[in-house]
Design a protein around this ligand. Structure first.
Ligand code: NDP
Ligand code: TDO
Length: 293
């Protein structure tokens, strides 16, 4: 199988690429501003996909679209840029998939919900509170117009990545390096943090089995950002210079409103894959400390 991974320089895309390759699928992955040894430059808004595949001599059987502007506060303050990066880019990819009659997998978010009643199952009503969430939902709707589509909602992703920019990776780096730091962390924003390697394996199974439609890829963890940080720090030396200040979201001075009781229920996925073994934050940190990832 030939898979085109849009956003392969990012956290989720890089893990997907690795898992696909480990399963002998051929991949072509893309970056926008952050080139890696596994990626080629691609801007969905500018590059014509037919020409692009001809230049790279690649005939995709499926596309996995992991690209988006993921800085939620930046999106809130830059609505047009967010719309271009998340909605218009996706529209171009959808158009190509329609013509080429190939399936598209789209990675979405729990920020399509308002966080009043999470964690959420697939049949819950959407009501995004911020620009990022609204644009992801608009992109989902474009993707769902395809006959063969997978829309996979995720949240609070962690894992190894070249830039170590996810919340847990940054925190673990701080806990090792011990800079004098005070982190103000919301104690009332809950989600189901999930390991990027698990997402990649889930995407592999769903694609391999030619599944269609919406899936929530949640985990068995449910933490607020503050409680997550406290849990992680419990694995590191006492007497730390990194300190956590629990704050209420309303006082956190964030440009974008956040869903509070967010997160995703994975019952649908687990009913179809009962033997899938999910990583949790504890097992991830233990493996990471033993260099077993
Ligand atoms: N991380 C998380 O906690 C969550 C992520 N998601 C969704 O999962 C997907 C993957 O996220 P994640 O891997 O964390 O994100 P990253 O920020 O790690 O990676 C994003 C990827 O998209 C690329 N990209 C960004 N903007 C554009 C653009 N305009 N055109 C083409 N490529 C672009 C980036 O390229 P480069 O870096 O080279 O510029 C990078 O490869 C996204 O759709 C995101 O919305 C959903 C919920 C939670
Ligand atoms: C690391 C850090 C985070 N925070 C806050 C910001 C944020 O509200 C919260 C957690 O940080 P995050 O980066 O996880 O926040 P956020 O960007 O809101 O997380 C989201 O990412 C996007 C892409 C999604 O789609 C969502 O599902 C969700 O995972 O903690 C601080 O206040 N100080 C800090 O030092």
């Amino acid at each position: 199988m030939n898979i085109f991974v849009v956003g392969a320089s990012g956290l989720v895309g890089s893990h997907c690429t690795k898992v696909f390759q480990n399963n002998s699928w051929l991949t072509l992955g893309t970056h926008l501003n952050y080139p890696t040894s596994e990626t080629v430059y691609f801007d969905p808004l500018i590059d014509n996909l037919k020409d692009f595949f001809s230049v790279h001599n690649f005939a995709p059987d499926a596309i996995v679209h992991c690209a988006a502007l993921t800085n939620v506060d930046f999106c809130e303050n830059n609505v047009e840029t967010s719309h271009k990066a998340t909605v218009l880019s996706t529209a171009k990819i959808v158009e190509f998939c329609k013509e080429a009659e190939i399936p598209l997998t789209y990675i979405s978010t729990d920020y399509v919900f308002d966080g009043k009643q999470g964690p959420y199952s697939e049949d819950a009503s959407v009501n995004p509170l911020n620009v990022y969430g609204a644009h992801k939902l608009e992109a989902e709707r474009l993707v769902s117009s395809l006959k063969r589509n997978l829309i996979l909602r995720i949240t609070n992703v962690y894992g190894e990545e070249l830039r170590s920019k996810n919340f847990i990776a940054r925190l673990m780096e701080d806990l090792v390096q011990q800079p004098e730091k005070m982190l103000n962390l919301p104690y009332d924003q809950f989600a189901t943090p999930i390991y990027a390697g698990d997402i990649a394996n889930m995407v592999f199974l769903l694609l391999r089995d030619q599944k269609n439609g919406l899936y929530h890829l949640g985990s068995s963890d449910y933490y607020s950002r503050y409680h997550l940080a406290v849990k992680i720090s419990s694995y590191f030396e006492k007497n730390k210079s990194v300190k956590f200040n629990p704050v209420q979201t309303i006082n956190a001075n964030q440009a974008a409103v956040r869903p509070l009781n967010g997160g995703l229920l994975n019952n649908k996925f687990l009913n179809e894959y009962p033997n899938f073994s999910l990583t949790n934050v504890d097992s991830y940190i233990l493996k990471s400390l033993k260099n077993e990832l």
